[in-house]
Design a binder for this molecule. Structure first.
Ligand SMILES: Cc1ncc(COP(=O)(O)O)c(C=O)c1O
Length: 470
């Protein structure tokens, strides 16, 4: 990969947008006119450490230095975990760092004219809020799938919100076209060099707040955060490991590292919606690739479980994307970090309440604390009571119970009962399954797939296969 552009600070004005990536003049209807001169696939810009220190100085007055404290989860995981709590920023994510710096770096004329971006979430919020703070008009194009909570909040921050596109790719195309038409500055939320420099300020704070760090585990979407953090951390302490984490439903950074350039990777729906970027940034990859030690992909069930652990143990509401670092530890993907001092950014807290509820339920299901099964019992008086007694004797609490007769093929005096219940833990769920199977012939215990979308295991099998950290 050619990485030939040096410092990200060089072009201070917005470059002309009348040429595409190959420097060819284009007309208005050609999609190739949607060229972002700050993110030129043919001329990647490598952000420099001095860009981050400049950003730190410039944004200091408008961004919170969030706490980075030892976690209660250290005992559970056997890793000394320190959480960098950027979900405490005013708009609920680290994205404010890059957004504020990029807005501050705009030439005055561009500030007056306004900026435009495409984002489904945190970047949109951050840009809207800091735009309002700095008196810079902001237009945000959001895809129809954008979380309702994030759309509403952007409106509250006075941004011009346009809902357009089935996915972020379509929103981006529209936003870039709009930027061109209205002479707005288009700001890529993970690849603009000033965005990357701004995100890097988190790395500076981390090394200031925690001594003797062994590793930093960073969630990766388009790559802006990991590029900035890796640059800050490795410039000051080259021995610190920087590890990326992606959802397995969109492993675009891992793919890009393999092939040496950003490459389209299918993005399926994930609890970590903030990380679902199908093609990572050209500048973020060029900056991060030489610095990142490795990148792992995490399954959805561990993201749900991380969200649950953070609520229960850390008393922190963190969205899926922000919980991926912990998810990788819980999944046992980083055994080399046992006993080490590890910083994990909890980088976003913007999760719809309904989605949070579903995540917590899924987390409980993975834990074996929320279980469902069906069982055929006698339809004579006392048949269902007997089942309830069996469960009560085991200390299992029924959440939902339903019985049906019409579709049963077995004898007419049987009834199928479906139960959703709460158990203490996975061991308790296994005890329940065994007791039911000893007592009844026809027991169908819930597959974990029902809760997790794909594992296909019974609780017993999950017991055998799960990470020793759970
Ligand atoms: C909460 C959260 N964490 C991590 C990321 C990943 O950041 P990046 O796209 O810069 O890799 C995002 C991106 O939106 C995010 O919202």
């Amino acid at each position: 990969m050619s990485t030939n552009e040096g410092s990200a600070n060089q072009p201070q004005q917005t470059p002309t947008i009348s040429v595409n990536g190959n420097g060819v003049a284009v007309n208005g209807s050609d999609p190739s006119d949607l060229f972002d001169p700050w993110c030129d696939p043919n001329r990647p810009r490598i952000v420099q450490f001095q860009d981050i220190s400049a950003a730190a100085f410039k944004i200091k007055s408008g961004i919170m230095m969030t706490p980075c404290t030892r976690s209660h989860l250290s005992n559970l995981t056997g890793t000394q975990i320190f959480f960098k709590k950027d979900f405490l920023q005013y708009t609920g994510s680290f994205k404010e760092r890059g957004a504020r710096y990029t807005l501050l770096m705009l030439p005055e004329a561009n500030q007056k004219q306004g900026v435009c971006t495409a984002s489904a979430g945190n970047h949109a919020l951050a840009l809207s809020y800091h735009g309002q703070e700095l008196g810079i008009p902001v237009t945000v194009v959001m895809p129809i799938v954008a979380p309702i909570m994030k759309v509403q909040s952007c409106r509250q921050f006075g941004a011009n919100i346009i809902i357009h596109g089935r996915d972020i790719g379509e929103s981006r195309e529209f936003a870039m076209r709009l930027a061109k038409e209205k002479s707005l500055t288009y700001i890529n939320g993970y690849d603009h060099p000033h965005i990357i420099a701004g995100q890097g300020t988190m790395g500076l704070e981390i090394v200031e707040q925690v001594k003797n760090i062994d590793a930093v585990v960073v969630p990766v979407g388009g790559g802006g955060l990991i590029a900035g953090v890796a640059l800050a951390v490795k410039s000051l302490y080259p021995h610190i490991q920087v590890i990326g984490v992606e959802s397995e439903r969109c492993a675009s950074f891992s793919c890009a590292l393999k092939v040496g350039q950003p490459i389209y990777t299918k993005a399926e729906s994930t609890l970590a919606d903030g990380l679902a970027v199908p093609r990572v940034g050209i500048n973020s990859l060029a900056t991060a690739a030489p610095l990142v030690d490795k990148c792992v992909v995490v399954k959805e069930e561990y993201i749900a479980m991380a969200i649950l652990r953070l609520v229960e143990i850390e008393k922190a509401v963190v969205e899926g994307a922000g919980a991926c670092g912990l998810a990788a530890i819980l999944a046992g993907l980083l055994p080399e970090l046992k006993g080490k001092r590890v910083v994990i950014p909890l980088c976003g807290g913007n999760i719809d309440t309904t989605v949070l509820g579903r995540c917590l339920e899924r987390g409980l299901a993975v834990d074996g604390r929320l279980v469902k099964f069906s069982v055929t019992v006698s339809d004579r008086p006392g048949g269902i009571a007997e089942l309830c007694r069996l469960m009560a004797n085991l200390g299992v609490s029924i959440k939902d119970i339903l019985h049906e007769r019409a579709w049963l093929k077995s004898d007419i005096f049987s009834v199928e009962v479906r139960v959703m219940c709460e158990t203490r833990d996975l061991e308790h769920a296994v005890e329940l399954e065994r007791a039911l199977k000893e007592h009844y012939n026809n027991v169908h215990f819930g597959k974990m797939a029902d809760a997790l979308g794909g594992s296909g295991l019974t609780v017993d099998e999950v017991m055998d296969s799960r990470s020793p950290l759970l």
